[in-house]
Design a protein around this ligand. Structure first.
Ligand SMILES: [Zn+2]
Length: 320
């Protein structure tokens, strides 16, 4: 079954590996439906570097030097001109390849001293693709097979292109980085994570707090609570410290295993996420759980394998 959750740390790291081969190239043409940034701002810019922090992807572009390749762009450079048909997308790409061959000689003289970062946060089914567009996987309600609409298309000087789907983007001066909280960073601080979990709130809320567990999303939350055999509404303060260490251990192990399967284009076996029965054949419970004034997220858990501890939070939850 297709996962219906937002891209989490391992997936965004995979996106990083897709965009990084384009580093050091100029953007010769820009397209896409986004209204969140001015597409014109990216035209002629050099893609300097990229970083990933938690669930955010950052691309660095030079601010200065728009002359070198600015004249090369004449096609889709704003949302109005963008067309959804694949035929025209293909012809634009071909045109871009031709244009760049005539303009790339000018690029070498570029000198830039300032840069800024474009931050991407991905929504449901958000993705990045290189040198291909996403195809419709199913028909819509009217029976049309419409391909997903790219939010941003970056065509590069060497002829390749990147396409970004279902993402929010915004300019920022530097990436917000806190590696000690990033579950996929070698600098992740395990002791700090255990302290964050040990507060008197349900562990399933703490795990989704990006200030403490950057990169963890709903899939990871569900899976590691099952693997650590912890009821999602257990208060961290009521759990033995060994249990919290075990949960952090599973968080690190699960995310790195997921990342390596992503890099090999392999699927992930879920133990509990979107399952009807757990690995041992028990009936799984599905509830929407979240803080009183926060986002409620679908949570799957096995009442047998993840028993309630004596002290757990009782909440008005909506049972689906
Ligand atoms: Zn079970």
């Amino acid at each position: 079954m297709k996962a219906a959750d937002m891209p989490e740390g391992p997936t965004v790291r995979r996106f990083y590996s897709i965009v990084s081969p384009f580093v050091s190239q100029y953007v010769v043409k820009v397209g896409g439906s986004t209204k969140q940034i001015s597409l014109h701002d990216l035209k002629g810019k050099s893609f300097n570097s990229c970083q990933v922090h938690g669930k955010n992807l950052y691309l660095e572009f030079t601010i200065s030097d728009t002359k070198a390749v600015g004249n090369a762009s004449s096609g889709i450079d704003n949302a109005k001109e963008y067309t959804e048909t694949r035929e025209i997308q293909s012809s634009v790409i071909q045109a871009t390849s031709k244009e760049q061959s005539g303009s790339s000689q000018d690029v070498g003289s570029a000198e830039s001293h300032m840069s800024r970062w474009l931050r991407f946060h991905f929504g449901l089914y958000g993705s990045v693709r290189s040198n291909e567009f996403a195809r419709a996987k199913q028909a819509n309600k009217r029976g049309d097979w419409r391909d997903p609409t790219p939010r941003l298309i970056l065509n590069f000087e060497a002829g390749g292109f990147l396409v970004f789907y279902n993402c929010r983007m915004a300019w920022c001066s530097s990436p917000a980085s806190e590696p000690s909280c990033d579950v996929l960073s070698p600098e992740f601080d395990t002791e700090r994570a255990v302290r964050a979990l040990s507060s008197s709130r349900p562990v399933c809320f703490s795990l989704m707090d990006q200030k403490c567990f950057s990169g963890v999303g709903n899939i990871i939350k569900n899976e590691i609570l099952f693997l650590a055999q912890i009821h999602p509404l257990s208060l961290g303060s009521a759990l033995p410290i060994e249990k919290l260490h075990s949960l952090v251990h599973h968080a690190l192990h699960f995310t790195s295993a997921w990342l390596s399967s992503k890099m090999k284009n392999e699927g992930l076996h879920y133990h509990i996420y979107m399952k009807e029965y757990c690995d041992k054949g028990h009936k799984v419970i599905k509830e929407k759980l979240g803080p009183d004034y926060g986002l409620k997220r679908l949570t799957w858990f096995c009442p047998n394998c993840q028993p309630q501890v004596k002290c757990y939070q009782t909440l008005p939850v909506s049972i689906l």
